[in-house]
Design a protein around this ligand. Structure first.
Ligand code: SAM
Length: 295
């Protein structure tokens, strides 16, 4: 039975199960792996890896020869009982994904849940995660944020998901594949408005860069560059003024519709609504025009 020696590890009860270690691995730069992760990968009985060929590169860079089994999106349910058996026999298992923290937009959640249900200890051994790495350098507020992971691939569902987060006042973070980046940004601009955003590209790698600006500028960047590599998209949260203004618009909309419906002229309806709600005539006029266009 292989044993992980560390005072900080959970105490093993005699004859009890092994521990599942969730090991964070580099998101590009092989130096970004902790001493602790390397020690655990070296000493566990088995490493369950999203892509064994990919993980082998990390292992060979550090001269680690622990046996690997594959555990990915498509075999997670089928492979889990096998991994549970190894753990049940008292052996430790490490779980790694291709990059970053397992379970974060990556396989692992199913296995973790199964271990929790079986009373098998689960220990998270932190390593890099692309969204936190990006957030820290984004320049956007970090005290509150919403991590949305990958947006749905279909446009309609993607827009629906974006509408759900439109009014959140905190930083929004998304993962996106390069070939869908442009369409995701287009939908963001339409649904969220032309907010300030950041593209964090190829983090920790040779061509790492941050592209900052309103969403329209990032869209322009996509048209003038070959969109290659890995991206995190960060978008500023809704400004409280905007959320209030839009909520206010509903009330304004309602009142103007009523006044116009009662036969009042646009000019009088705009003046009346602006006075009653304390908004500018200009704003009331814009809303009145929208109502006129609807009819
Ligand atoms: N488990 C990983 C983590 O903890 O960040 C995320 C895996 S998810 C399948 C892969 C996505 O993460 C990519 O499509 C990209 O959006 C983002 N990502 C991963 N590595 C990145 C990097 N080096 N630079 C920018 N984005 C990265």
């Amino acid at each position: 039975m292989s044993e992980v020696v560390n005072e900080q590890q959970p105490a093993r009860t005699q004859g009890g199960p092994g521990t599942l270690y969730l090991c964070g691995t580099p998101i590009g730069n092989l130096e970004d792996v902790s001493q602790r992760v390397l020690r655990i990968l070296r000493s566990v009985h088995t490493i369950a890896a999203e892509d064994t060929r990919h993980t082998r590169k990390l292992l060979s860079a550090y001269d680690i020869h622990t046996p690997l089994v594959s555990l990915h999106e498509h075999n997670e349910a089928a492979r889990t009982p096998e991994v549970l058996r190894i753990l049940g026999d008292g052996h430790d298992v490490a779980l790694v994904s291709d990059a970053g923290m397992p379970g974060i937009s990556d396989p692992g959640v199913y296995l973790v849940r199964a271990c929790v249900a079986e009373g098998i200890p689960v220990v998270s051994v932190p390593g890099p995660s692309a969204f936190l790495t990006a957030l820290a350098a984004s320049g956007l507020p970090t005290e509150r944020f919403t991590f949305e992971g990958f947006l749905p691939r279909r446009r309609k569902e993607r827009r629906e998901r974006l509408s759900q987060v439109r009014d959140l006042p905190h930083t929004l973070i998304f993962y996106e594949a390069p070939h869908r980046l442009r369409s995701a940004l287009d939908d963001m601009r339409e649904v969220l408005g032309d907010r300030w955003a950041v593209l964090a590209r190829e983090l920790t790698k040779l061509h790492e860069e941050y592209i900052r600006g309103p969403l329209s500028r990032l869209i322009e960047w996509c048209s003038t560059h070959a969109v290659r590599g890995e991206f995190v998209i960060l978008v500023a949260g809704a400004s409280p003024e905007r959320v209030r203004a839009e909520a206010g618009d509903e009330e304004l909309h309602e009142m103007l519709r009523r006044l116009l419906g009662d036969g009042m002229s646009v000019r009088d309806a705009v003046r009346t609504a602006a006075e009653r709600l304390g908004v500018s005539k200009r704003r009331a006029y814009d809303v009145a025009l929208r109502i006129e266009e609807e009819v």
